[in-house]
Design a binder for this molecule. Structure first.
Ligand code: HEM
Ligand SMILES: *[C@@H]1O[C@H](CO)[C@@H](O)[C@H](O)[C@H]1NC(C)=O
Length: 493
C-alpha cells in the first residue's frame, strides 16, 4: 500500500500517473527533452570534472536503459497494465540488478535475495524511505512509513507493542464475531469478494486500534476514511471540488475525531480496551495528537487493502484447487469439532490458531504467488556500491519482491500454486511478503490471525465455486483477481 513510504502507495503513485492528461504529458515531454539536450551540452564538461573527485564514481552504473527523459520508461512499465511483465522482461534481459527511469526518477531495481537483504536489512541506513509529497501529506507527514532514526524506532516500539502476539491474543473472540457477522451478511447473495474483505479488514483494523469498547464515532470515522481513500489515487491538485481537496478535508476531520476519542478516554480514564491508541496514549515520551492521528490513519491504510487482497486471492486459489480446499476444510473441521461442548461451539482461542499448519501454508503460498506488494521503494542517501555497481546518491532503489518470489532458483516451478512447498522453510530473503528489516510489516501477526479466523468459518460453514468465472488480474494498485472476484457463498447446511 503498497510504504518505505508504504509500498502500496508507491504503486499508487504509478497508477495516479496514468491519470495525467496525455496532452500535459506530451507538452512536458517535448519541453523537458529540449531542456535535457541543452543541459547535457552545458554540463558535460563539469560532470566529468566531478567524476574525477568521487572515487565511487569509477564504478559502472548497473545495466539497463533509461528510456526517454523525464517519463523514462513509465509507459513501458504500464503498457501491459501489468507492471510485473515489465519487471520480468527487464530481469531476463539485464539480470538481477538493472537501472531504469520512471516518473522522473532514475532508479535501480534489484531482485536477488542478497541485494534485497543489503537494501532492506544490513545496509538499511544507506537507503531511506521515500514517497511523493502528495502521498505523504494525505497519509500524514508524521506517519511511521516516512520516518527514520530515533522517531521511527520510538513509533515502531509502540506499534509493535500493540500488534505483537501479546497485544492481539485477547482480540481473537472479537475478531471472530466480526468474521461471523461478515459471513452471515454474504450468505446466498452475489458479492464482490474484495469489497467484502475490505469491510472485514477495516473492522478488524478499527478493533485493533481503538480496542474492544469504543463504539461512538466509528461510523463517522469510516465515512471520512472512505472519502480520504477516494482522493488517494487522484491527481494531487488541492482546489475546491477535486477529490484530492475532499480527501485532505476528510483527513482533517479524521484528526478531529481521533482527538475527540483521545480526550474522552482521558476523562473517563477507562482501563483495558487494548489496542494501538492505548499504546500511543501510554507512551513514556508523549506523542502529540497529530502524531497519533497521522499514525492511526497510516495503519488503517496499511492494514486494509493489503489483507483484503490476500484474502480475495485465497478464496480464488482454494476454489481452483479442490484437493487443497479439502485438506484445509478437514483441518478446520477438526478444530471446530474440538470446540463443541454440549452442542455449543465455543470461541476460537489464540492457541487454536496455532494448530492450523495446512491453512497457514495456504496463506504463505497465496502471498508468494500473488505477491500483492510487487516491490517497495527506497532512496540512496549517498553513493552506494551494490554488487560491483554504483547507485548514485538520490536514486531510487526498488527491491522487487515479486521477482524474488517467482524465481525458479528460489521456488521451483514458481507459477504453480502448491502450498506443500512451505513444508520446508524458505531460505532467508527469498520470501518477504511482509518485507524485512527495520520497516518490515509490524502488522503481520494480526494479518495472519484475521485471515486464519475468517478461513476457519468460511471453510467449515460455506461453499463457493469459481468455475466459469473470468480469470485475470487487475492492479488497483494491488494485484487483484479481475473485478474483485464476484462470488456467491452459500451455507453448507
Ligand atoms: C497481508 C497483509 C499485509 C501485507 C502483505 C503487508 C505488507 C507490508 C510490507 C511489505 C511492508 C514493508 C514495506 C517496506 O519495507 O517498504 C509493510 C509495512 C507496514 N505494515 Fe503491513 N502488510 C499487511 C498488513 C498489515 C496490517 C494488518 C497492519 C496493521 C495492523 C500493517 C501495518 C504496517 C505498517 C504500520 C507498516 C510500516 C512499518 C514501518 O515503516 O516501520 N500491515 N507491510
Ligand atoms: C531478513 O534478513 C535477515 C538477515 O539477512 C534474515 O536472517 C531473515 O531470514 C530475513 N527474513 C526474511 C523474512 O527473509
Amino acid at each position: 500500500m503498497s510504504p518505505s513510504a508504504y509500498t502500496s502507495s508507491i504503486t499508487a503513485i504509478l497508477s495516479s500517473s496514468l491519470l495525467l492528461p496525455s496532452v500535459l504529458m506530451i507538452a512536458c515531454l517535448l519541453f523537458l527533452y529540449l531542456a535535457y539536450r541543452l543541459a547535457l551540452r552545458a554540463f558535460s564538461s563539469s560532470a566529468s570534472a566531478a567524476a574525477a573527485t568521487a572515487p565511487a564514481r569509477k564504478l559502472p552504473l548497473p545495466p539497463g536503459s533509461m528510456g526517454w527523459p523525464y517519463i523514462g520508461e513509465t509507459f513501458q512499465l504500464y503498457s501491459n497494465s501489468n507492471p510485473n511483465i515489465f519487471f520480468a522482461l527487464k530481469q531476463k534481459r539485464y539480470g538481477s540488478i538493472f537501472k531504469t527511469h520512471i516518473l522522473g526518477c532514475p532508479c535501480v531495481m534489484v531482485s536477488s535475495p542478497e541485494a534485497a537483504r543489503l537494501v532492506l536489512v544490513t545496509r538499511a541506513h544507506l537507503f531511506k524511505p521515500t514517497f511523493p509529497a502528495s502521498k505523504e501529506c494525505m497519509l500524514g507527514p508524521q506517519a511511521i512509513f516516512f520516518q527514520q532514526g530515533e522517531y521511527h524506532a520510538r513509533l515502531r516500539r509502540l506499534v509493535l507493542r500493540a500488534f505483537m502476539p501479546d497485544g492481539i491474543r485477547g482480540f481473537v473472540p472479537n475478531i471472530e464475531s466480526v468474521a461471523l457477522c461478515a459471513l452471515r451478511s454474504w450468505d446466498g447473495r452475489m458479492v464482490n469478494t474484495f469489497q467484502e474483505m475490505k469491510t472485514y479488514a477495516l473492522n478488524v483494523a478499527l478493533l485493533s486500534i481503538f480496542g474492544k469498547d469504543e463504539i461512538s464515532y466509528m461510523e463517522e470515522l469510516k465515512q471520512c476514511y472512505y472519502t480520504l481513500e477516494k482522493g488517494y489515487n487522484s491527481m494531487p491538485i488541492n482546489l475546491p471540488g477535486t477529490l484530492f481537496h475532499k480527501a485532505m478535508k476528510a483527513r482533517k476531520q479524521l484528526g478531529q475525531i481521533v482527538a475527540k476519542i483521545i480526550s474522552s478516554r482521558r476523562e473517563k480514564k477507562v482501563g483495558d480496551a487494548g489496542g494501538l491508541l492505548r499504546s500511543f496514549m501510554e507512551a513514556k515520551e508523549a506523542l502529540t495528537e497529530e502524531q497519533i492521528s497521522d499514525n492511526i490513519i497510516g495503519v488503517i491504510f496499511a492494514a486494509r487493502d493489503t489483507t483484503a487482497s490476500v484474502l480475495t486471492w485465497i478464496v480464488k486459489f482454494l476454489g481452483e484447487n479442490p484437493a487443497v480446499l479439502q485438506a484445509v476444510t478437514e483441518e478446520q473441521e477438526e478444530i471446530m469439532n474440538s470446540k463443541v461442548v454440549d452442542e455449543e461451539e465455543k470461541s476460537l482461542s489464540w492457541a487454536d490458531t496455532k494448530r492450523m499448519p495446512m491453512t497457514s501454508r495456504v496463506i504463505q503460498e497465496t502471498m508468494r504467488v500473488a505477491s500483492i506488494l510487487s516491490f517497495t521503494f527506497r532512496e540512496a542517501v549517498q553513493d552506494v556500491e551494490l554488487e560491483g555497481y554504483l547507485i548514485p546518491k538520490g536514486w531510487k532503489v526498488m527491491p522487487l519482491f515479486r521477482n524474488i518470489h517467482h524465481s525458479p532458483d528460489n521456488f521451483p516451478n514458481p507459477e504453480k500454486f502448491d502450498p506443500s512447498r512451505f513444508e520446508v522453510s524458505p531460505k532467508p530473503n527469498t520470501f518477504m511478503p511482509f518485507g524485512n528489516g527495520s520497516h518490515s510489516c509490524p502488522g503481520n501477526e494480526l494479518a495472519k490471525l484475521e485471515m486464519l479466523v475468517l478461513l476457519h468459518h468460511l471453510t467449515t460453514k460455506y461453499r463457493w465455486s469459481v468455475s466459469g468465472l473470468q480469470s485475470g488480474i487487475q492492479f488497483g494498485p494491488f494485484a487483484l483477481p479481475l473485478n474483485g472476484l464476484p462470488m456467491t457463498f452459500s451455507r453448507k447446511i
